[in-house]
Design a protein around this ligand. Structure first.
Ligand code: AMP
Length: 542
């Protein structure tokens, strides 16, 4: 027997309507690329999102067409999220930090019809445009007065002019909730980037799931500043989960340095923020160097890479900010787990609690996880066994755009490419990317554990560990360290520091010092580059 409840589809445009009706006066504050601060409300954003939809229709855009954005976190990008998806087209966010060839590949693969581009990214797009085969118009996300003279972009349109004469009375259509809504390519360390194609249903369910108290815990009292860019898995869904609960949003624009972020946190009373470890390192350094305090910030999500223990402790002890360690993937919309303690953790000592907080956290309802061995057999959830992490759920991909990369699922589960443990309390801990794990004498060494241990040394700015070929053990760990300015720590001191913190046979065979650790366009340590840089390197141990 079927139930008798309404079959309302879950659609993204309902979120902005809900916010406009119930939190109409709540502010969205943006530091604009133009340099000033812009403020308006959810009510204003809703009208302008409708104007975006009206403008797209006037430009001949149809449902299903892909519309590219090359833009930072700001109110116009937010309007595009809703205007594009809400009229049935697909909002394709593009990471401007990718190599130009990758951007060309992605735009052509997605067959983007229009490109919405922030002011300071127009010169880069101007250069690439002859290679972008399907783009009919570039839209400069600004007004006429700010448009630089001398741009050689044929058919260039100006965002504010496009919206200016539109009524903003558009009635959102209702369609199948599985209609594609947005597209994000994974950075991929090998091969071409692959497109993850979200739908309305997955996006709305993800927004629900991520707003829950033990996930991001957002509410109408939250003031949320997403540092994570809107081109990196939709800013981890915050432009959807924020309005879903009526939180105030603060968009930082292109300036993500410590000083700019600190100023916005304080001026706008930010309570909740989210980003990758690299930006937090810069913020912590800025605050220490200038003897600053945070007066309103309560929660900082750290995700995208493992949160180093020294960073968790610095936020907590020096600045009174609770770190929410989180894990996810582009293929998971992205939220997989967030770390919140359970009631009984109150009895733990500080060091025991830190052990728990280093884990990537527990999944919300909607994310199923299991770990398997090389033959695909389930491994126990005992917090010790580690294996390939598999996930499934309504906001996890079933396959890549245009079937790229073949079958994405194994028996209905998505293999994450991460190696992890699961414990009986539901906490997951990543020990490595499967490609990065170091295989020494048939046993696995976690590069993340070694990096975390090394980063706890006060002279270390950043550390990375890679496996290097070894005649006897197959592979042994090499520790690569970027020292803090002026620091003189040497190999001997670092190895002594690590001894006792990790198993003896895990100790790196050598330490090499570099001027900088390379990062991917989304802020992760670029291990492929390090392996390339050290391909002729030989360990002293053989
Ligand atoms: P992306 O799709 O670019 O967001 O990358 C997803 C990958 O980033 C995951 O599969 C993990 O390898 C890594 N990652 C994300 N969050 C964390 C975390 N908290 N700790 C360790 N690795 C993480």
């Amino acid at each position: 027997m079927l139930g008798l409840m309404q079959d309302r589809p879950l659609l993204i445009q309902q979120i902005i309507e809900h916010a406009a009706l119930n939190h109409g006066d709540t502010e969205i504050v943006s530091r604009r690329v133009e340099g000033d601060i812009h403020r308006y409300t959810y009510r204003d954003a809703r009208t302008r999102a409708r104007q975006v939809a009206e403008a797209l229709i006037a430009l001949g855009i149809h449902p299903g067409d892909r519309i590219g954005t090359l833009a930072w976190n700001g109110y116009r990008h937010f309007e595009l999220y809703y205007g594009i998806s809400g009229m049935g087209a697909v909002c394709h966010t593009i990471n401007p930090r990718l190599f130009p060839e990758q951007i060309v590949y992605i735009v052509n693969h997605a067959e983007d019809r229009l490109l919405f581009v922030d002011l300071n990214l127009l010169p880069a797009v101007e250069k690439l445009l002859p290679q972008l085969k399907t783009v009919r118009h570039v839209v400069a996300m600004t007004d006429r007065a700010h448009l630089p003279a001398g741009l050689d972009i044929p058919n260039l349109l100006v965002y504010e002019e496009l919206l200016h004469d539109k009524p903003g009375t558009y009635e959102w259509p209702e369609f199948d909730e599985r209609t594609a809504s947005s597209l994000c390519y994974t950075s991929g360390t090998t091969g071409n980037p692959k497109g993850v194609l979200y739908h309305h249903r997955s996006t709305v369910l993800h927004a629900y799931g991520s707003a829950l108290p033990d996930t991001l815990g957002l509410s109408a009292r939250s003031v949320v500043l997403p540092v994570v860019p809107m081109f990196h898995v939709n800013a981890w869904g915050l432009p959807y989960s924020g309005p879903l609960v009526g939180a105030k949003l603060v968009f930082p624009g292109p300036a993500l340095d410590g000083a700019s972020l600190y100023e916005l946190f304080e001026k706008e009373g930010v309570v909740f923020t989210a980003g990758v470890p690299t930006v937090w390192l810069a913020l912590l350094n800025h605050m220490r160097a200038n003897n600053l305090r945070l007066s309103t910030l309560k929660y900082a999500v750290i995700g995208g890479s493992a949160a180093p223990p020294a960073m968790i402790e610095a936020f907590d002890k020096e600045f009174g900010v609770e770190v929410l360690h989180a894990w996810g993937m582009t293929e998971m919309s992205p939220l997989g787990t967030v770390n919140h303690p359970k009631a009984r953790h109150a009895a733990l000592s500080a060091s025991e609690l830190l052990e728990v907080r280093l884990k990537q956290g527990r999944p919300p309802f909607g994310v199923d996880m299991k770990i398997v061995d090389d033959s695909g057999k389930d491994l126990p959830r005992d917090g010790k066994a580690f294996g390939d992490l598999m996930v499934r759920g309504p906001w996890i991909t079933s396959g890549y755009f245009k079937g790229e990369g073949g079958e994405a699922l194994v028996d209905g589960w998505f293999p994450t490419g991460d190696v992890a443990t699961l414990d009986p309390d539901g906490y997951m801990q990543i020990t490595d990317r499967s490609k990065d794990v170091i295989k020494s004498g048939g046993e696995w060494i976690s590069s993340i554990d070694l990096e975390n241990a090394a980063m706890a040394h006060p002279a270390v700015a950043e550390a990375a560990v890679i496996g290097v070929a070894h005649s006897k053990w197959d592979e042994r760990p090499l520790l690569i360290v970027h020292r803090k300015a002026g620091a003189t720590v040497d190999k001997k001191e670092l190895l002594e520091f690590l001894a006792g913190k990790v198993a003896k046979w895990w100790l790196p065979d050598d330490v090499q010092f570099v001027d900088a650790i390379p990062h991917t366009a989304t802020g992760k340590i670029l291990k492929t580059r390090l392996r390339e840089d050290f391909k002729d390197y030989r360990l002293p141990t053989g």
